[in-house]
Ligand binder design. Structure first.
Ligand code: GLU
Length: 479
């Protein structure tokens, strides 16, 4: 048995989308589970659409997701000689040939097929061209592509690890192009040359490539190499079962990152798009490795559902180690102007306490920063509904002043003592503890909801709490 070698081969023509990330993840998991090698290859032979900044973005997204590769990135654009060398060999062995048909001639054929309501197949015009005819074409200034000579009869059978056997009639496959007139290889040919030279054992990729597979198998056969195994992973559809696109919300890894999702949540979520680890839905990457196998990957399309992803993100936000969340959260606090890296020791300790207090109630890092603002900034407004409910009652300003007085003097200034003192004060004033708590919360956070009030008080500290209570009392009086 050869040891497992798999590859993820994105084209750098855009950002890494969740579909691509899932293909990368399944390859990564398969390699790790089989103690094999995970190779990263950049399919950048489409010179017009490929951009170095997209490659950079893809690598960053993969690193952020912890999908570390063992080999590469290899770039197809730097391997053009290999494709031409293999094509030359096929020409020599008469398994491929030059085709001089002009774009106009090909278009006419396509038009004819369209009128007849048949799929277009290249008719093999140049298959057995005489030397004289070829020379004449060249003399007339025609350029050539290279086509693979494919069998007219019989079947090509794809044995897919997920889908089983899929049969294709060779008569439905024409002599397709392997090298274009500009000398660049087509996707099918470059992919095959690379897969064989890189000794890929298992090609795990999106279902949309299934129709390319018989062509790739024919290329490999012509080249005389061993076929890899294939596994085509199911499509990812939008909730309405349409093709997933930008109108369904965020779909690129970078977008999720900037919206405050954690890589561990995204990885966990996309793993479940087509793979079922068993009962448990929360499966961290390290655990996935031990559970992963292709026979638990489904044939049917997966439905993309951001509600579940967001729920999962909330889970990881609550459960992940505090240090880890702090690292991921810092840029979001910086973006809101709450903090500026690098943090002093004291700032960092306070930052972690804030996160620990707030994180149970939020689902993304954006929400975490938003819900933490009053720990860093003065209150500039009070929630209007809260004002109506808690500040407009008779005696509200007095209530806050009494609370301020209490907190100015309470000793020690800790959670239990403050809580007991608060309860005593509400009894003394003859108001419900609820009323005292709600109006204090609004006064010191500007909001009606959030973490436990006494936790907020302790974290804000005596001075800030007292001054905000007094400020709110004044504000009420000026209403
Ligand atoms: N560059 C191709 C893509 O991004 C790779 C497909 C394959 O894995 O063969 O779709």
């Amino acid at each position: 048995m050869r040891s497992v070698r798999v590859r993820f081969a994105p084209s750098p023509t855009g950002e890494l989308h969740i579909g691509g990330a899932r293909t990368a993840l399944f390859n990564y998991l398969f390699a790790r589970a089989q103690k094999g090698t995970f190779i990263l290859r950049i399919d950048d032979t489409d010179l017009e659409r490929s951009r170095p900044e997209y490659t950079e973005g893809l690598l960053n997204s993969m690193r952020w997701l912890s999908l570390d590769w063992d080999e590469g990135p290899y770039f197809q654009s730097r391997r053009l000689e290999e494709y031409n060398r293999e094509a030359a060999r096929l020409l020599e062995e008469k398994k491929a040939y030059h085709c001089y048909c002009t774009p106009e001639e090909l278009a006419a054929g396509r038009e004819q097929a369209r009128k007849a309501g048949k799929p277009y197949l290249y008719p093999g015009t140049c298959r057995n061209l005489s030397r004289e005819k070829a020379r004449a074409h060249l003399a007339a200034g025609r350029s050539a592509v290279i086509r693979l000579r494919t069998p007219d009869h019989g079947e090509t059978v794809v044995r897919d690890l997920i889908r089983g056997e899929i049969r294709f009639n060779n008569s439905d496959l024409d002599d397709f192009i392997i090298i274009k007139s500009n000398g660049l290889p087509t996707y099918n040919f470059a992919s095959v040359v690379d897969d064989t030279q890189m000794q890929i054992t298992d090609v795990i990729r999106a279902e949309e490539h299934l129709s390319n597979t018989p062509r790739q198998q024919l290329c490999i056969e012509a080249l005389g190499y061993e076929q890899p195994r294939y596994a085509h992973v199911p499509m990812i559809l939008a909730p309405d079962r349409s093709k997933l696109s930008k109108r369904h919300g965020a779909i690129s890894v970078e977008e999720f990152r900037s919206r405050g999702y954690l890589p561990e949540a995204l990885i966990n979520y996309i793993a479940l798009l087509g793979w079922s680890p068993g009962e448990e839905e929360i499966v961290p990457l390290s655990k996935m490795v031990s559970l992963f196998s292709l026979d638990r990957v489904s044939k049917t399309a997966a439905i993309y559902d951001t509600t579940k992803l967001t729920w999962m993100n909330g889970y990881y936000l609550r459960e992940a180690p505090l240090d880890r969340i702090a690292t991921e959260a810092l840029p979001f606090f910086e973006a809101r102007g709450l903090l500026k890296a690098p943090l002093e020791k004291e700032e960092e300790d306070y930052f972690k306490k804030v996160i620990a207090t707030v994180r149970d109630r939020v689902k993304t890092l954006v929400e975490l920063a938003e819900a933490s603002t009053y720990f860093y900034q003065e209150i500039s407004s009070y929630d209007p509904k809260g004002v109506e409910k808690h500040f407009c009652k008779e005696g509200s300003a007095d209530l806050l002043r009494r609370a301020a007085e209490l907190l100015r003097n309470v000793e020690p200034f800790d959670l239990d003592t403050v809580e007991t003192a608060y309860r005593d004060l509400s009894k003394e004033l003859g108001v419900s503890t609820g009323r005292l708590i709600h109006s204090t919360r609004l006064a010191i956070s500007g909001r009606t909801m959030g973490p436990g009030l006494f936790e907020i008080i302790i974290l804000l500290g005596r001075d800030k709490t007292v001054s905000r209570l007094e400020k709110a009392a004044l504000w009420i009086e000026e209403l």
